[in-house]
Design a protein around this ligand. Structure first.
Ligand code: ZN
Ligand code: ZN
Ligand code: FE
Length: 773
């Protein structure tokens, strides 16, 4: 080729398993360039030979016509010697080099695959594992990088000649689609009912899918293997079936997620904004918490007493096929686990653990390498907030505004997720669950290993929560697998605020951080959870707190939230009539002896640590007004208060902000008195709940204004973080009120406000502390 030159183009980003190489191949061929493209452990390497202006057009196309799932992060170009080749080729993967690639998340079936699966003339008609380079399982089937078939759990399936042809034809939609398969060579479904369960091979039912559908229509609970694990499914319109699932799962009233076949059905059941519809349809397919329409044919047992319904659309071809016969219109799809355990994802284990809940199993022989729960998102006027980050979002990195050294951050013990950092990326793991039971602990340890391996990050710094008794803190101290480790304990609420700062790209300057949650270990040894911090990425000051109350019986008070009603009122400075009223109110639902014992514990300060928790304040209020006296799931009382709160109520209650020497004390004693007074007068729960929300918002804003006025060089920026900000009413009101008072307010969108986002904050704090050293 005359006047030709040759360049090496190295690209990293999300460029593997997303149809990037075929795209490069087509583009190069169209432009008449020669050379090759291949995956490397660092991303994609391209060599092109041709004229300079052709190369420039090639680069322009690369940037402007990317396949839908591909993302280019960095691109480097260098000139190399000519090879005078005659064509452009796709070469097989090289494994050498730095691992810096981003393995892609799992993606719901694309429109083209769905068209094929419903076309009776297509060879994949009704094949539940159809996929292509634009869709299919990814992170859940990867065993090692680079992302090639032999490094996935598809390795055991040998492609038939038809599939192999698609896989090797560069212009085919399935060119190098690693999980490519068909009915004759790929994974197969299996239906296991009570009748054939004893048979080791599950008794080969000839129409597993049809059997499963019939079983669900009949009212059974069927465990169905999805992308990241098993769901427990039943007909969401069948009261008896949903009730049965609740009883067997031991889950009284925590809402179940529901899967519907399409957007039309979602519209029928819920009010949908454009953003919510877009999220439902996004290839990540999260559960979106939507406002329920008043009367639907969905069973009331799905989300009892809840104004919202968690809906998702099918995330795999198998899920689509479940709805194909139109006998089913909505399926309860709840995680396949027993209350606190992680979701089951391995066939034998699922059959063992779920056999007392499920009447039957619809499973298959494509192994899941790592479990992934469904992600959960809620949308409010201030944007969308992810509440559980897993399928579809993991392992996409969160961009950092600073270069970090390799750090492993272990998160907190509740809603655990870990985080690894490298360069400008933070990789937050999927939601792993609450540490403390053996199964979750093991998954936590496996994830620490797996992520280090997949991302090729070898940390020497471990960041963990300051809580000395957390399983994760213990792990940090004891793990032998990380050599020369340096442990950096991080304050719980500091980590919350830092996670919000970094996902909003804030610089390392002091800002106000409002951290509201259930509990976190404080630097004074008490339990914090209603805090206003002045914080940057290296340190914080506790500028204000909710005035502490006792936590009668520690963790027991978190579940038996009525204890908090006593904690707020059975103290000497409460008026006697209020004390008695609340006590009698609680005695209507709780055994009198128990109430007496807890009251004594409070007055004698036995097993009553102090807490400034915002979550516990919500518990107390919900119990006093008879809305919720026991948290059957985390945050239930607060959620009920949010849901009943009347819209447009502007009233509020008294509160106090007391100046203590080094901080402000935000006191809600008068608030509680006013609430009792309102309640005695017969004021509706809806009004009280709304006035209470207003009071918290105005009290916190008042404290912020005070802190700002007396602190030099404090930017008028406020970050909101902590589990209480799952409450979108509280978030919306507080954001608006702070903004009305001149503050710039930052909230979460990329990582959860709850403890699921803590590891990111720990990692960024450790990064900055490390640099100070
Ligand atoms: Zn596809
Ligand atoms: Zn095949
Ligand atoms: Fe927290």
């Amino acid at each position: 080729m005359c006047n030709g030159r040759r360049w090496l183009i190295l690209i990293n980003g999300t460029v593997q398993g997303v149809g990037f190489r075929p795209f490069v191949y087509r583009t190069a061929r169209e432009l008449g360039l020669v050379g090759h493209v291949c995956n490397t452990a660092a991303g994609v390497s391209i060599e092109v030979e041709g004229l300079l202006n052709t190369r420039n057009r090639f680069l322009k196309y690369l940037n402007s016509k990317l396949p839908p799932l591909a993302k280019i992060k960095d691109i480097s170009i260098s000139e190399i010697p000519l090879k005078n080749e005659s064509e452009f080729l796709i070469l097989t993967s090289k494994t050498e080099g730095l691992t810096n690639i981003q393995s892609p998340p799992d993606i719901a079936p694309c429109d083209e695959c769905l068209k094929e699966v419903t076309d009776p003339t297509n060879r994949r008609y009704r094949y539940p594992f159809i996929n292509c380079t634009n869709c299919g399982p990814r992170y859940t089937i990867i065993e090692a990088l680079p992302y090639d078939r032999h490094n996935t759990t598809m390795n055991k399936f040998k492609m038939c000649p038809n599939c192999a042809r698609e896989y090797t034809e560069p212009l085919n939609r399935r060119f190098h689609a690693q999980p490519n398969a068909c009915a004759s060579c790929g994974p197969k479904l299996q239906f296991i009912s009570r009748n054939n369960r004893s048979d080791k091979h599950g008794g080969m039912v000839s129409h597993p899918l049809e059997c499963a559908i019939a079983s669900i229509v009949h009212g059974d609970v069927v465990a169905i293997k999805g992308i990241g694990g098993f769901h427990l499914a039943c007909d969401a319109t069948n009261d008896a079936a949903v009730f049965k699932l609740r009883k067997r799962k031991g889950r009284d009233d925590k809402p179940f997620a529901t899967m519907v076949p399409n957007l039309d059905m979602a519209h029928l059941l819920c009010q949908l904004s454009d953003i919510e519809a877009e999220l439902l349809l996004s290839p990540k397919r999260p559960i979106v918490l939507l406002r329920k329409k008043p009367s639907t044919h969905i069973s009331n047992y799905v989300a009892p007493g809840n104004k919202r319904l968690g809906l998702m659309l099918p995330s795999s071809p198998l899920h689509h096929l479940l709805f194909s016969k139109s006998e089913l219109q909505a399926l309860v799809m709840t995680s396949g686990n027993l209350s606190d355990e992680p979701i089951a994802y391995i066939n034998d284990d699922a059959i063992n653990r779920l056999s007392n809940i499920a009447d039957a199993f619809l499973t298959h022989d494509r192994d899941i390498k790592t479990h992934l729960d469904d992600s959960i998102i809620v949308v409010s006027s201030s944007g969308s907030t992810i509440l559980r980050r897993a399928r579809g979002y993991v392992p996409e990195p969160i961009k950092l505004n600073i270069e970090t050294s390799p750090i492993l951050a272990l998160g907190a013990d509740l809603k655990n997720a870990i985080c690894l950092t490298k360069g400008h990326n933070a990789y937050l793991s999927q939601h792993l669950g609450d540490l403390g039971n053996t199964l979750t602990n093991r998954i936590f340890e496996d994830t620490v290993e797996r992520m280090q391996h997949l991302l090729d990050i070898r940390p020497e710094i471990i960041a963990c929560d300051m809580h000395p008794d957390y399983f994760s803190s213990h792990f940090a101290r004891c793990t032998k697998k990380i050599k020369h480790k340096r442990i950096i304990p991080v304050g719980h609420h500091h980590a919350h605020i830092a996670s919000c700062m970094i996902e909003n790209g804030l610089p390392n300057e002091c800002i106000l951080g409002i951290a509201l949650d259930g509990s976190g270990f404080g630097t004074d040894g008490t339990i914090w959870g209603g805090e206003i911090l002045i914080a940057n990425y290296t340190s914080f000051d506790r500028a204000a707190r909710f005035s502490p109350v006792t936590l009668p019986g520690r963790d027991a008070a978190v579940k038996e939230s009525w204890r908090m009603a006593l904690a707020y009122t059975q103290i000497p400075n409460t008026k006697l009539e209020i004390r008695n009223f609340v006590k009698h109110k609680i005695e209507e639902v709780v055994d009198c002896d128990k109430v007496r014992i807890i009251t004594e514990m409070i007055t004698k300060k036995i097993n009553c640590p102090l807490t400034s928790s915002c979550g516990r304040l919500f518990d107390a209020v919900a119990a006093i007004i008879g809305l919720c006296t026991v948290n059957n799931f985390e945050g239930q009382a607060a959620m009920m208060l949010e849901q009943v709160a009347a819209e447009n109520e502007t009233g509020m209650y008294r509160y106090n902000i007391k100046d203590k020497l080094d901080k402000l004390d935000i006191q809600f004693w008068n608030t509680i008195e006013d609430i009792v007074a309102d309640f005695k007068k017969g004021v509706e729960q809806t009004t009280i709940a709304a006035k209470f929300h207003n009071t918290v918002v105005i009290a916190i804003t008042g404290a912020c204004i005070k802190i700002k006025s007396r602190t030099l060089n404090l930017a008028p920026c406020v970050c909101l973080s902590g589990g209480c900000f799952q409450n979108i009413l509280l978030t919306r009101l507080l954001k608006k009120h702070l903004e009305d008072n001149g503050f710039r307010v930052y909230t979460h969108s990329l990582v959860p406000p709850n403890d699921g986002g803590i590891a990111l904050g720990q990692a960024i704090i450790a990064t900055h502390l490390q640099m100070l050293k």
